[in-house]
Write a protein that binds this ligand. Structure first.
Ligand code: XIL
Length: 368
């Protein structure tokens, strides 16, 4: 009995799962005034019994990983499929999680359905865009707190300028502003984000995003926030804490909210002390963002190494997420907890209590 208790106190005898090894991340995040999220798949809620408890136990924000994308929600013009996205939104609401909608328009041509890509007439293309945003943002009006309205609009290779796709070709650069205006019209309560990949390390793509955002704001486009993805490959694109802070601050200085929207940190199987390295990188990403007041959300692109798109993208074994394939917390979980705790705002009344205490002390001294 004593041994069991001792084991329990050191954490080793606790069942793995939600909260294993410490306070749930969402409780620490709430004190830091930041949402802590994960991308999630509707299918896994059904097929993996260990998935939902950790998702709801640790996170208070949910991003559908694929279920709200154009090919999934409108596979053919005017035929909408909402079942999987509905399941995720229902799940989030049942567990007190907010929803980040992702995404109304993924600018990557590979991700645009063929029937859209084949539409060369500007008016027909505009109608497709209007119908899509009206249906999808309309269905979740008031239930999606923030939308990634446009995802990855910048050229991925040159890193400067807009990437080419059917919208740029036939509507010109104004297609981005049009998507935002439509989203605002359809769901005035949602925060509207531009989401981009590969900018956290600074450089030309970061400068290009900053220019784009300035242009959008200057022309009155209803843009509330910038989402910075965080697909990191240790040793390849690992930004320092200072660099992350600088990048986040540049957007905050324009009056925007900033979120880290898609963190995963791949570490090659042969890298020494790889989980500690990963924890340090995760701590730097969060620390850099949280140093800026406008940083309001941190989302990981999944949460267990059992289910990660990196396995399909790069091959297995890069262990990019917070929990291992058996749902055990990795060192990065502690890094998240510690970094969030460092920004915790004092309990209401604490500041006042302290001030009152000091005043009382000063009064005692004066009387003495
Ligand atoms: C990825 C999903 O994780 C995969 O399951 C899917 O097959 C392709 O898309 N940037 C984004 C995300 O904005 O939507 C991508 O998600 C990862 C890169």
């Amino acid at each position: 009995m004593v041994a069991l208790l001792l084991l329990a106190r050191t954490g080793h005898a606790l069942p793995v799962g939600a909260g294993a090894g410490g306070e749930p991340l969402r409780a620490v995040a709430a004190r830091a005034g930041v949402a802590i999220g994960a991308a999630a798949r509707a299918l896994l809620l059904e097929t993996d019994p260990r998935y939902a408890p950790v998702l709801a136990g640790e996170f208070d924000s949910l991003t559908p990983e694929i279920e709200m994308k154009w090919p999934q929600t409108e596979p053919e013009p005017g035929r909408f499929v909402f079942g999987p996205a509905d399941a995720l939104v229902d799940f989030a609401e049942a567990h007190g999680m907010r929803v980040r909608g992702h995404t109304l328009l993924w600018a990557d041509p590979v991700r645009i359905p063929d029937y859209v890509a084949r539409t060369g007439d500007p008016e027909a293309l505009r109608t497709l865009l209007r119908n899509h945003i009206t249906a999808v943002a309309g269905r979740y009006r008031g239930r999606v707190e923030a939308w990634d309205v446009v995802n990855e609009p910048l050229d991925p290779i040159r890193g400067t300028g807009l990437r080419s796709n059917v919208f740029l070709e036939h509507l010109g650069p104004a297609y981005i502003g049009e998507a935002f205006r439509l989203a605002r019209e359809v769901d005035p309560s949602a925060q509207l984000f531009l989401n981009e990949i590969g900018v956290l390390s600074g450089g030309p793509k970061f400068e290009a995003l900053l220019d784009l955002v300035r242009d959008l704001l200057a022309t009155g486009v209803p843009l509330d926030g910038v989402g910075l993805q965080g697909h990191i490959f240790a040793g390849l694109n690992t930004p320092s804490r200072e660099r992350v802070e600088e990048v986040v601050r540049s957007f905050a200085d324009l009056g925007l909210v900033v979120e880290l929207t898609e963190i995963d940190v791949s570490v090659g199987p042969a890298v020494p002390d790889r989980l500690e390295l990963q924890a340090r990188i995760v701590g730097d990403l969060l620390g850099g963002c949280l140093a800026v007041e406008a940083c309001r959300g941190i989302t990981f692109w999944g949460f267990t190494d059992r289910h990660t798109w990196i396995d399909d993208f790069l091959g297995p074994g890069r262990a990019p997420l917070l929990f291992d394939a058996e749902y055990r917390p990795k060192p990065a979980v502690e890094a998240v907890r510690a970094t969030l705790a460092a920004r915790a705002v004092p309990e209401p009344g604490t500041g006042l209590a302290l001030a009152t205490g000091l005043a009382a002390l000063a009064a005692t001294r004066r009387r003495a």
